[in-house]
Design a protein around this ligand. Structure first.
Ligand code: C5P
Length: 332
């Protein structure tokens, strides 16, 4: 029987979009169409993503139906609010696909970081030269934002300190925007002792102009322009020197000798883990796929080329493994 086969086959059932009618039919336990019949026949978890006109959503009948579904442990995702297909404004919009996936992953993946606080830095920093110019780099922030999402999916409370990027904040992440390396340093150090894990994805400028001119520097035809640069503070190393410190993960973006430089950085910066990748033309920065070679004091693992969202999940699995291993040696 088709509906029974499907009901047994599915690990999860997600109804997206779920109309007011589909929701009412689930409540009644109807079997006169395939969807209602297989939901009734399945023991798998069910998620419902409502999408309907805002008046239909706020109608007591629909609200009562939603309460009944929730009391049966059916997961309700959304709805979002905004402009609707009918032209009205209000609650009832289908949640964005990416946010549906995030919520589903949160529901499906064992939440190993429940109750843990994770701090992530992402993106580039801009070091001003004058009011219109700055020294920056090609970091897009994509990896850091993907890592923030993966930490959220693992159940953590996530704070993200981001340099200037064109990315939207994953819903549920607490984001602080900064521009310079000093601002990123101040934001990280403000309450670093509150965090269990610190993941430094940001491509922070290593140098900043000694002087920031108050007015735009004018072009002179016949003389060179020299900028004197001063080193910025190394944030991840400073965190590693704290008495009470989180589990620390650094990144190493290199154009050559990736493995050697990464291992050296792991040691020099006193990190618990470092994720190394090769950067250059069309690899590493501002692209959607990446691969990582991850090192920790007693081992290493290659995470093969994958979209950054998947790579971030694989990295998070590794971080959780090493974090748990360190925690158990600390407690034994
Ligand atoms: O030394 P390098 O900049 O290559 O090290 C990269 C790692 O150090 C990254 O994790 C980066 O976020 C971190 N870093 C930092 N503060 C700086 C420079 C780099 O935390 N000023």
């Amino acid at each position: 029987m088709g509906h029974i086969t499907l009901a047994r086959w599915a690990d999860w059932i997600v109804i997206a979009p779920a109309s007011a009618d589909s929701i009412a039919r689930l409540v009644q336990g109807r079997t006169d169409d395939l969807l209602a019949a297989l939901c009734l026949a399945s023991e798998s978890p069910l998620a419902v993503v409502p999408a309907m006109n805002n008046k239909m959503w706020s109608n007591q009948a629909t609200q009562d139906n939603i309460n009944i579904l929730q009391s049966r442990n059916i997961h309700i995702i959304g709805p979002a609010s905004g402009i609707q297909a009918c032209g009205e404004l209000g609650e009832g919009r289908l949640v964005e696909t990416e946010d549906i996936v995030t919520e589903l992953v949160c529901l499906m993946v064992p939440t190993k970081l429940q109750g843990k606080r994770v701090l992530i830095t992402a993106g580039p920093t801009y070091e001003p030269i004058d009011p219109v110019r700055f020294i920056g780099n090609r970091s897009s922030g994509k990896m850091g934002f993907a890592v923030a999402k993966a930490a959220l999916e693992a159940g953590a409370e996530v704070s993200l300190i981001s340099g200037p990027v064109h990315l939207s904040t994953p819903s549920g992440v607490n984001r602080v925007n900064v521009e310079t390396a000093q601002q990123m340093y101040d934001a990280v150090m403000e309450d670093i002792e509150q965090f269990d894990i610190f993941i430094a994805c940001a491509a922070i400028a290593d140098y900043k102009p000694e002087q920031v001119k108050n007015n735009k520097i004018k072009k002179t035809q016949h003389s060179d322009l020299k900028l004197n640069l001063l080193p910025t503070k190394d944030i991840v190393s400073t965190v590693a020197q704290q008495k009470i410190k989180p589990f620390i993960v650094g990144f190493a973006a290199e154009t050559e000798n990736v493995t050697d430089y990464a291992k050296q950085k792991l040691q020099d910066k006193k990190l618990d883990m470092i994720a190394a990748n090769r950067v250059g033309e069309k690899i590493g920065f501002a692209v959607d796929d990446n691969s990582l070679h991850v090192f920790w004091p007693s081992g290493s693992q290659v995470l093969p080329l994958a979209p950054k969202t998947q790579l971030a999940r694989d990295l998070m699995t590794l971080i959780i493994e090493r974090y748990d291993a360190k925690d158990s040696t600390k407690n034994s």
